[in-house]
Design a binder for this molecule. Sequence first.
Ligand code: ATP
Length: 127
Amino acid sequence: MSKHTFSISARIKSFKYAFAGLKILFIEEHNARIHLVSALIAIILGVVLKISLNEWIVLVIVMGLVFICELINTSLEAMADFASPEKHPQIKKVKDLAAASVLIGALVALVVGIIIFCPKIHHIIYN
Ligand SMILES: Nc1ncnc2c1ncn2[C@@H]1O[C@H](COP(=O)(O)OP(=O)(O)OP(=O)(O)O)[C@@H](O)[C@H]1O
């Protein structure tokens, strides 16, 4: 099919592939499941503690950031394992850098969570 012809069925297919990627992430990556549970806890806390619209926007962005980092990390890991199943210092570098992106994403989400939720929890406990 021509690259320039718009096709609804091709668009639906690309959605299917993207959802297949999400399925791989949550089935194969234990860290992603931990992040999913953390995101669900953050959403429940957000509802219970009635966070503001701006706080929801920031929370959604950082939660998305973590999953995007996880997806890219998992994708690079799969590519690295295929390209070089044996140990190689360059593969170590690629995998460690990709893992660091997830760490930074998760730390940013944690700090945002602390900034949003801690004052509200403190207020409930001490008032
Ligand atoms: N082929 C390789 N060559 C060199 N070092 C590697 C190789 N494969 C893995 N490593 C090292 O082991 C670490 C863990 O790699 P691995 O592919 O097992 O990721 P993982 O533990 O499954 O990560 P995650 O928990 O994010 O899925 C890498 O960050 C890297 O330091």
